[in-house]
Design a protein around this ligand. Structure first.
Ligand code: GDP
Length: 297
Protein backbone atom coordinates (compact mmCIF):
# COMPACT_ATOMS: atom_id res chain seq x y z
CA UNK A 1 0.00 0.00 0.00
CA UNK A 2 3.06 2.24 0.30
CA UNK A 3 4.05 1.88 -3.32
CA UNK A 4 2.14 5.01 -4.19
CA UNK A 5 3.81 7.87 -5.97
CA UNK A 6 5.01 10.65 -3.70
CA UNK A 7 3.53 14.13 -4.00
CA UNK A 8 5.81 17.02 -4.87
CA UNK A 9 5.66 20.31 -2.97
CA UNK A 10 3.80 21.94 -5.87
CA UNK A 11 0.97 19.39 -5.60
CA UNK A 12 0.29 20.18 -1.95
CA UNK A 13 -2.18 22.60 -0.43
CA UNK A 14 -3.16 23.27 3.21
CA UNK A 15 -5.50 20.82 4.91
CA UNK A 16 -7.50 20.88 8.13
CA UNK A 17 -6.03 19.38 11.31
CA UNK A 18 -7.28 16.04 12.60
CA UNK A 19 -7.70 16.09 16.39
CA UNK A 20 -8.02 13.35 19.02
CA UNK A 21 -9.36 14.05 22.53
CA UNK A 22 -7.74 12.05 25.33
CA UNK A 23 -7.59 12.14 29.12
CA UNK A 24 -8.63 10.43 32.33
CA UNK A 25 -12.09 8.90 32.70
CA UNK A 26 -14.76 11.41 33.80
CA UNK A 27 -12.55 14.41 33.11
CA UNK A 28 -14.90 15.48 30.30
CA UNK A 29 -13.73 14.09 26.94
CA UNK A 30 -17.20 13.04 25.80
CA UNK A 31 -18.74 16.31 27.02
CA UNK A 32 -16.20 18.31 25.04
CA UNK A 33 -16.72 16.31 21.84
CA UNK A 34 -20.50 16.54 22.28
CA UNK A 35 -20.40 20.27 22.88
CA UNK A 36 -18.29 20.94 19.78
CA UNK A 37 -20.48 18.66 17.69
CA UNK A 38 -23.72 20.28 18.84
CA UNK A 39 -22.53 23.88 18.97
CA UNK A 40 -21.27 23.80 15.43
CA UNK A 41 -24.38 24.41 13.48
CA UNK A 42 -23.29 26.53 10.56
CA UNK A 43 -25.66 29.43 9.95
CA UNK A 44 -28.53 28.46 7.70
CA UNK A 45 -28.09 24.75 8.20
CA UNK A 46 -30.89 22.79 9.68
CA UNK A 47 -29.80 20.80 12.68
CA UNK A 48 -26.41 19.88 14.00
CA UNK A 49 -24.67 16.58 13.84
CA UNK A 50 -26.98 14.08 15.40
CA UNK A 51 -25.51 10.71 14.56
CA UNK A 52 -22.37 9.22 15.98
CA UNK A 53 -20.20 8.08 13.10
CA UNK A 54 -16.75 7.98 14.71
CA UNK A 55 -15.47 11.26 13.32
CA UNK A 56 -16.81 14.65 12.40
CA UNK A 57 -15.62 17.87 10.91
CA UNK A 58 -16.63 21.36 12.06
CA UNK A 59 -16.22 24.75 10.46
CA UNK A 60 -14.66 27.22 12.86
CA UNK A 61 -13.78 30.66 11.55
CA UNK A 62 -13.51 32.04 8.03
CA UNK A 63 -14.29 28.65 6.57
CA UNK A 64 -11.48 26.98 8.50
CA UNK A 65 -12.22 23.42 9.47
CA UNK A 66 -11.15 21.02 12.20
CA UNK A 67 -11.75 17.28 12.00
CA UNK A 68 -12.30 15.38 15.24
CA UNK A 69 -12.04 11.68 15.91
CA UNK A 70 -15.22 11.13 17.91
CA UNK A 71 -13.80 8.23 19.87
CA UNK A 72 -12.71 9.63 23.23
CA UNK A 73 -9.89 7.94 25.06
CA UNK A 74 -6.51 6.67 24.12
CA UNK A 75 -7.58 3.07 23.46
CA UNK A 76 -8.69 4.00 19.95
CA UNK A 77 -5.57 6.10 19.47
CA UNK A 78 -3.25 3.26 20.50
CA UNK A 79 -5.20 0.64 18.57
CA UNK A 80 -4.87 2.72 15.43
CA UNK A 81 -1.19 3.41 16.03
CA UNK A 82 -0.60 -0.30 16.58
CA UNK A 83 -1.92 -0.86 13.07
CA UNK A 84 0.49 1.71 11.74
CA UNK A 85 -2.08 4.44 11.22
CA UNK A 86 -1.15 8.04 11.86
CA UNK A 87 -4.46 9.79 11.83
CA UNK A 88 -3.95 12.45 14.50
CA UNK A 89 -2.20 15.79 14.04
CA UNK A 90 -3.00 17.31 17.42
CA UNK A 91 -4.07 15.78 20.75
CA UNK A 92 -6.31 17.65 23.16
CA UNK A 93 -5.61 16.32 26.64
CA UNK A 94 -8.55 17.01 28.94
CA UNK A 95 -7.78 17.42 32.64
CA UNK A 96 -10.50 18.19 35.19
CA UNK A 97 -9.58 21.27 37.21
CA UNK A 98 -11.35 19.91 40.30
CA UNK A 99 -9.18 16.81 40.13
CA UNK A 100 -5.54 16.31 39.23
CA UNK A 101 -3.25 14.53 36.81
CA UNK A 102 -4.39 10.93 36.95
CA UNK A 103 -2.92 7.67 35.59
CA UNK A 104 -4.85 7.91 32.32
CA UNK A 105 -3.82 11.56 31.94
CA UNK A 106 -0.21 10.42 32.14
CA UNK A 107 -0.86 7.61 29.69
CA UNK A 108 -2.51 10.00 27.25
CA UNK A 109 0.47 12.36 27.51
CA UNK A 110 2.97 9.59 26.90
CA UNK A 111 0.97 8.25 23.94
CA UNK A 112 0.91 11.69 22.33
CA UNK A 113 4.62 12.16 23.00
CA UNK A 114 5.51 8.71 21.64
CA UNK A 115 3.54 9.47 18.49
CA UNK A 116 5.20 12.87 18.14
CA UNK A 117 1.79 14.55 18.21
CA UNK A 118 1.67 18.05 19.74
CA UNK A 119 -0.63 18.43 22.76
CA UNK A 120 -2.98 21.15 23.88
CA UNK A 121 -4.24 20.94 27.47
CA UNK A 122 -7.93 21.61 28.03
CA UNK A 123 -8.29 22.29 31.73
CA UNK A 124 -11.93 21.46 32.18
CA UNK A 125 -14.77 21.97 34.67
CA UNK A 126 -13.65 25.49 35.60
CA UNK A 127 -17.30 26.26 36.37
CA UNK A 128 -17.03 24.08 39.45
CA UNK A 129 -16.41 25.83 42.78
CA UNK A 130 -13.66 23.32 43.59
CA UNK A 131 -11.85 23.98 40.29
CA UNK A 132 -8.21 24.94 40.63
CA UNK A 133 -6.64 25.20 37.17
CA UNK A 134 -3.40 26.65 38.52
CA UNK A 135 -2.88 23.53 40.61
CA UNK A 136 -3.16 21.42 37.46
CA UNK A 137 -0.66 23.67 35.62
CA UNK A 138 1.70 23.37 38.59
CA UNK A 139 1.46 19.59 38.42
CA UNK A 140 2.17 19.71 34.70
CA UNK A 141 5.21 21.91 35.35
CA UNK A 142 6.50 19.35 37.82
CA UNK A 143 6.41 16.86 34.97
CA UNK A 144 8.38 19.21 32.75
CA UNK A 145 5.29 20.12 30.79
CA UNK A 146 5.33 23.90 30.90
CA UNK A 147 2.20 25.58 29.57
CA UNK A 148 2.34 29.01 27.96
CA UNK A 149 1.14 31.01 31.01
CA UNK A 150 3.91 29.32 32.94
CA UNK A 151 6.56 30.40 30.44
CA UNK A 152 6.46 27.20 28.44
CA UNK A 153 5.56 26.27 24.90
CA UNK A 154 2.54 24.01 25.35
CA UNK A 155 -0.80 25.66 24.75
CA UNK A 156 -3.50 25.26 27.36
CA UNK A 157 -7.00 26.59 27.77
CA UNK A 158 -9.28 26.67 30.80
CA UNK A 159 -12.73 25.53 29.68
CA UNK A 160 -16.10 24.27 30.76
CA UNK A 161 -17.13 21.52 28.37
CA UNK A 162 -20.54 21.51 30.02
CA UNK A 163 -21.43 25.17 29.43
CA UNK A 164 -19.11 25.62 26.47
CA UNK A 165 -17.18 28.41 28.19
CA UNK A 166 -13.92 29.15 26.30
CA UNK A 167 -14.36 26.23 23.91
CA UNK A 168 -14.06 28.70 21.01
CA UNK A 169 -10.71 29.82 22.41
CA UNK A 170 -9.62 26.20 22.61
CA UNK A 171 -10.53 25.70 18.95
CA UNK A 172 -8.59 28.84 18.01
CA UNK A 173 -5.56 27.32 19.70
CA UNK A 174 -6.05 24.16 17.67
CA UNK A 175 -6.00 26.26 14.48
CA UNK A 176 -2.87 28.06 15.68
CA UNK A 177 -1.11 24.76 16.35
CA UNK A 178 -2.23 23.53 12.92
CA UNK A 179 -0.74 26.61 11.28
CA UNK A 180 2.61 25.91 12.93
CA UNK A 181 2.47 22.32 11.67
CA UNK A 182 1.84 23.49 8.08
CA UNK A 183 -0.38 20.50 7.36
CA UNK A 184 -0.69 19.79 3.66
CA UNK A 185 -2.12 17.26 1.28
CA UNK A 186 -2.67 16.72 -2.42
CA UNK A 187 -6.38 16.88 -3.23
CA UNK A 188 -5.76 16.05 -6.88
CA UNK A 189 -4.97 12.38 -6.67
CA UNK A 190 -6.56 9.06 -5.78
CA UNK A 191 -7.62 8.97 -2.14
CA UNK A 192 -5.93 7.23 0.76
CA UNK A 193 -6.52 7.35 4.51
CA UNK A 194 -7.59 5.39 7.57
CA UNK A 195 -10.65 3.45 8.70
CA UNK A 196 -12.13 4.95 11.88
CA UNK A 197 -14.93 2.47 12.51
CA UNK A 198 -17.01 -0.02 10.57
CA UNK A 199 -20.07 -2.14 11.18
CA UNK A 200 -22.80 -4.14 9.53
CA UNK A 201 -26.04 -2.23 9.18
CA UNK A 202 -29.22 -4.25 8.68
CA UNK A 203 -30.57 -2.16 5.86
CA UNK A 204 -27.46 -0.74 4.27
CA UNK A 205 -24.89 -3.51 4.52
CA UNK A 206 -21.34 -2.75 5.59
CA UNK A 207 -20.96 0.86 6.68
CA UNK A 208 -17.49 2.30 7.29
CA UNK A 209 -16.43 5.69 8.57
CA UNK A 210 -13.10 6.59 7.08
CA UNK A 211 -10.83 9.61 7.24
CA UNK A 212 -9.53 10.76 3.88
CA UNK A 213 -5.98 11.92 4.52
CA UNK A 214 -4.70 12.48 1.02
CA UNK A 215 -6.36 12.77 -2.36
CA UNK A 216 -10.08 12.99 -3.06
CA UNK A 217 -12.45 10.06 -2.69
CA UNK A 218 -15.37 9.88 -5.11
CA UNK A 219 -18.51 7.83 -5.43
CA UNK A 220 -17.72 5.03 -7.87
CA UNK A 221 -14.07 4.72 -6.77
CA UNK A 222 -12.80 1.22 -6.13
CA UNK A 223 -11.09 0.88 -2.76
CA UNK A 224 -9.10 -1.57 -0.71
CA UNK A 225 -9.47 -1.10 3.07
CA UNK A 226 -7.54 -3.57 5.19
CA UNK A 227 -8.53 -6.89 3.67
CA UNK A 228 -11.88 -5.63 2.38
CA UNK A 229 -12.64 -4.10 -0.96
CA UNK A 230 -15.49 -2.73 -3.03
CA UNK A 231 -16.81 0.10 -5.11
CA UNK A 232 -17.94 3.17 -3.15
CA UNK A 233 -21.70 3.04 -3.70
CA UNK A 234 -22.59 6.10 -1.62
CA UNK A 235 -20.87 8.56 0.69
CA UNK A 236 -22.45 10.47 3.58
CA UNK A 237 -21.08 13.33 5.63
CA UNK A 238 -21.46 13.65 9.43
CA UNK A 239 -24.93 15.12 8.94
CA UNK A 240 -26.07 12.10 6.95
CA UNK A 241 -26.16 14.02 3.67
CA UNK A 242 -25.03 12.38 0.48
CA UNK A 243 -21.76 13.72 -0.89
CA UNK A 244 -20.08 12.97 -4.19
CA UNK A 245 -16.49 13.76 -3.22
CA UNK A 246 -14.41 13.98 -0.02
CA UNK A 247 -11.02 15.69 0.06
CA UNK A 248 -8.14 15.59 2.59
CA UNK A 249 -9.03 15.68 6.32
CA UNK A 250 -12.66 14.85 5.55
CA UNK A 251 -14.37 12.08 7.50
CA UNK A 252 -17.00 10.29 5.49
CA UNK A 253 -19.21 7.24 5.84
CA UNK A 254 -19.06 4.93 2.88
CA UNK A 255 -21.25 2.10 1.66
CA UNK A 256 -20.12 -0.62 -0.69
CA UNK A 257 -17.32 -2.58 1.00
CA UNK A 258 -17.60 -6.37 1.11
CA UNK A 259 -16.98 -6.48 4.87
CA UNK A 260 -16.11 -4.41 7.92
CA UNK A 261 -12.44 -3.44 8.05
CA UNK A 262 -10.79 -2.87 11.45
CA UNK A 263 -10.33 0.60 12.93
CA UNK A 264 -6.82 1.70 12.03
CA UNK A 265 -6.71 -0.19 8.73
CA UNK A 266 -5.54 2.02 5.91
CA UNK A 267 -7.46 2.36 2.69
CA UNK A 268 -6.53 3.34 -0.81
CA UNK A 269 -8.23 3.79 -4.15
CA UNK A 270 -7.27 1.45 -6.97
CA UNK A 271 -7.72 2.19 -10.64
CA UNK A 272 -7.72 -1.48 -11.35
CA UNK A 273 -10.47 -3.43 -9.60
CA UNK A 274 -8.67 -6.74 -10.11
CA UNK A 275 -5.54 -5.50 -8.38
CA UNK A 276 -7.56 -4.42 -5.33
CA UNK A 277 -9.35 -7.77 -5.23
CA UNK A 278 -6.21 -9.84 -5.42
CA UNK A 279 -4.54 -7.74 -2.71
CA UNK A 280 -7.64 -8.16 -0.52
CA UNK A 281 -7.53 -11.94 -1.01
CA UNK A 282 -3.82 -12.06 -0.20
CA UNK A 283 -4.37 -10.03 2.96
CA UNK A 284 -7.24 -12.27 4.16
CA UNK A 285 -5.03 -15.29 3.56
CA UNK A 286 -2.19 -13.75 5.57
CA UNK A 287 -4.62 -12.92 8.36
CA UNK A 288 -5.94 -16.48 8.46
CA UNK A 289 -2.42 -17.90 8.54
CA UNK A 290 -1.53 -15.55 11.36
CA UNK A 291 -4.60 -16.61 13.36
CA UNK A 292 -3.74 -20.28 12.91
CA UNK A 293 -0.15 -19.60 13.97
CA UNK A 294 -1.27 -17.79 17.16
CA UNK A 295 -3.66 -20.60 17.97
CA UNK A 296 -0.85 -23.15 17.69
CA UNK A 297 1.40 -21.24 20.10
P1 GDP B 1 -15.22 11.31 29.99
O1 GDP B 1 -15.27 10.04 30.75
O2 GDP B 1 -13.84 11.93 30.04
O3 GDP B 1 -15.74 11.22 28.60
O4 GDP B 1 -16.12 12.37 30.82
P2 GDP B 1 -17.61 12.87 30.53
O5 GDP B 1 -17.63 13.84 29.44
O6 GDP B 1 -18.50 11.70 30.45
O7 GDP B 1 -17.89 13.69 31.86
C1 GDP B 1 -17.91 13.09 33.13
C2 GDP B 1 -18.85 13.87 34.05
O8 GDP B 1 -18.36 15.19 34.23
C3 GDP B 1 -20.25 14.02 33.45
O9 GDP B 1 -21.19 13.91 34.51
C4 GDP B 1 -20.25 15.43 32.90
O10 GDP B 1 -21.52 16.02 32.89
C5 GDP B 1 -19.33 16.15 33.85
N1 GDP B 1 -18.65 17.29 33.22
C6 GDP B 1 -17.93 17.27 32.06
N2 GDP B 1 -17.48 18.50 31.78
C7 GDP B 1 -17.90 19.31 32.76
C8 GDP B 1 -17.76 20.71 33.03
O11 GDP B 1 -17.13 21.46 32.30
N3 GDP B 1 -18.34 21.18 34.18
C9 GDP B 1 -19.03 20.38 35.02
N4 GDP B 1 -19.54 20.95 36.09
N5 GDP B 1 -19.19 19.07 34.81
C10 GDP B 1 -18.65 18.53 33.70
Amino acid sequence: IDDIEKDTEADLSPRAPIVTVMGHVDHGKTSLLDYIRKANVIAGESGGITQHIGAYSVEVEKGKKIAFLDTPGHEAFTAMRARGAKVTDIAIIVIAADDQIMPQTEEAISHAQAAGVPMIFAINKIDKPAANPEKVKDQLAQKNLLVEDWGGKIQSQDISAKSGLNVDELLEKVLLEAEILELKANANREASGTVIEASLDKGRGYVSTIMVQNGTLRVGDYILAGSNHGKVRAMLDERGRQVKAAGPSTPVTILGLDGAPTAGDTFRVFEDEREAKSLATRRSQLQREQTIRTQKH
